[in-house]
Design a protein around this ligand. Structure first.
Ligand SMILES: Cc1cc2nc3c(=O)[nH]c(=O)nc-3n(C[C@H](O)[C@H](O)[C@H](O)COP(=O)(O)OP(=O)(O)OC[C@H]3O[C@@H](n4cnc5c(N)ncnc54)[C@H](O)[C@@H]3O)c2cc1C
Length: 470
């Protein structure tokens, strides 16, 4: 094999995990290649997942005028008849731009890209099969990062026709805006899409086999979200399983184990994802995947074969673009002996439902279970000038504060800009700060950030009352 196809690092997959691993290694002066089976770079994040769904959400919010209705009345719309073309034009525009950003970043850093399906020939050699050209190229690497991601799980017996029965991939090729919809699975993706279609005016039924949803979030926040979604004509069916999805000329009927039959113009499945490890021929590298096709790694993202790393969705929870990027960077640093720390445990979670939800740190349930004494400080958006300006009267920010040492233990936000605001709390917590910082800090006015100050004052008042008693 010539020098041409020999690399310090080969990354399989160009999603956020692979991309950041490649860039980090290139910045260390390493010769790097990325293998990508798709025609576009950027993975699920740019092409079918994070970016398209968030752009679609922006388009929905803008065109429906949803966020302005508190100010201008319930009938306010920017466009009366919203079409799939209206929604998808913006999505395609942003995807194209993001593809370019990824391509240019790899080019600038002299990372070679190979188009085709990557698989192991042996632990140090990758085959790249490009069916379009009937070609096989082999490349050798001292280190390898597997960042192949996942694809939507499609239960057997359900026919995904891309028209009436969809998943989060095919929804980006939506042919009509349904007036009624069944969403199977109340995970993050299911709830985000349920919110969007509810905002578009569809009567949405969410079916979830577990008794609750978003168990990892603050219960009060989830209750508030469910209240809002119900207000938008969303029906929740918890503890129910789908047995059949029948597709007819005019729509679908989803049958549940309990015997209920739900008619809807369309059905969207968001019932989990599986790792894309099957084509990798992992055995040739001395590796294997678990029952959901995921790869096991240690804290450095190293597999059981020392020079092979795995990052991103293919290693499982939390399966976010945000974490995948840092995992890629840390794996590359570790592979080439660059000092690095493990990923901080203080990772924010953002759910782009309508309204949005975000949190960092512990929940009340966690603290209660661990018998850690805390007090809660609350700020309601309707009491903030900025909340009134934005027309958001239902938003709320909750601070959980240790009554022992006043450290901020958790921040839970429901409402406008939740996914941005959470980082203020994250920074305070990351620096080991106490709630006193938030009491003393001067915030711009009028801003949503002021919610921190209001919640901090609220919690201090409660703690002071407790201390005065003692
Ligand atoms: C609808 C939806 C919404 C989401 N929203 C958010 C969000 O708001 N925030 C957030 O942080 N995360 C979000 N996510 C999750 C986020 O998209 C993923 O966590 C992230 O894309 C995972 O990155 P990755 O690098 O592991 O892999 P991916 O992005 O999945 O990329 C893997 C790449 O590897 C390629 N590949 C696979 N097998 C091979 C092979 N054998 N050879 C060559 N190439 C291969 C694929 O073609 C793909 O390009 C969302 C996901 C979905 C589906």
């Amino acid at each position: 094999m010539g020098e041409f196809n020999r690399y310090d690092l080969v990354v399989i997959g160009s999603g956020p995990g692979g991309q950041k691993a490649a860039i980090a290694a290139a910045k260390l002066g390493k010769r790097v290649a990325v293998v990508e089976r798709g025609t576009q770079l950027g993975g699920v994040c740019v092409n079918t997942g994070t970016i398209p769904s968030k752009t679609l959400r922006e388009a929905v919010l803008y065109l429906t005028g949803m966020n302005q209705r508190e100010l201008y009345g319930a009938s306010y719309r920017v466009k009366a008849d919203i079409t799939p073309a209206d929604l998808l034009a913006r999505t395609h525009h942003v995807i194209t731009r993001e593809n370019e950003v990824v391509r240019s970043q790899l080019l600038r850093n002299r990372v070679d890209t190979f188009v085709g399906m990557g698989s192991f020939i042996d632990p140090y050699t990758i085959a790249v099969d490009d069916p379009a050209h009937g070609e096989r190229i082999t490349i050798e690497a001292n280190k390898i990062v597997i960042a192949v991601g996942t694809s939507p799980r499609r239960p057997s017996g359900v026919e995904f026709d891309g028209y009436r029965v969809l998943d989060s991939d095919s929804i980006l090729d939506l042919k009509f805006i349904p007036t009624s919809m069944v969403v199977v699975g109340a995970g993050v993706i299911g709830i985000e899409y349920a919110s969007m279609f509810a905002a578009l005016g569809a009567k949405v039924t969410v079916i979830e086999k577990r008794p609750t949803m978003l168990d990892f979030c603050d219960r009060e926040v989830v209750e508030a979200l469910m209240y809002h979604l119900r207000d938008q004509a969303v029906t929740f069916r918890f503890g129910e399983e789908v047995t059949e999805v029948a597709v007819g000329q005019r729509g679908t009927v989803t049958t549940l184990e309990s015997g209920k039959r739900i008619p809807a113009e369309a059905v969207m499945y968001s019932a989990g994802r599986v790792g894309l490890t099957e084509p990798l021929n992992l055995e040739a590298a001395g590796l294997e995947a678990d029952a959901r096709n995921r790869i096991f790694v240690d804290d450095n993202y190293q597999t059981k074969v020392d020079h092979i790393y795995a990052v991103g969705d293919v290693i499982g929870f939390p399966a976010l673009a945000a974490t995948s990027m840092d995992q890629g960077r840390i794996a590359a640093y570790h592979a080439f002996g660059e000092p690095t720390s493990t990923l901080t445990s203080l990772q924010p979670i953002g759910i782009y439902s309508i309204p949005e939800v975000s949190y960092v740190g512990a929940t009340e349930a966690d603290l209660t279970k661990d018998a850690i004494p805390y007090e809660v400080g609350v700020s309601r958006y309707r009491e903030l000038a900025r909340g009134q300006l934005a027309g958001d009267s239902s938003g709320v920010l909750k601070l959980l504060v240790s009554t022992d040492d006043l450290k901020v233990l958790g921040v839970h936000i429901f409402g406008t800009s939740a996914t941005e605001l959470v980082h203020i709390g994250q920074a305070v917590m990351g620096c080991g700060g106490t709630v006193e910082y938030l009491v003393d800090a001067v915030f711009n006015y009028p801003t949503m950030s002021e919610a921190y100050k209001v919640a901090a004052l609220d919690v201090m008042n409660k703690i002071r009352a407790l201390r005065n008693f003692e």
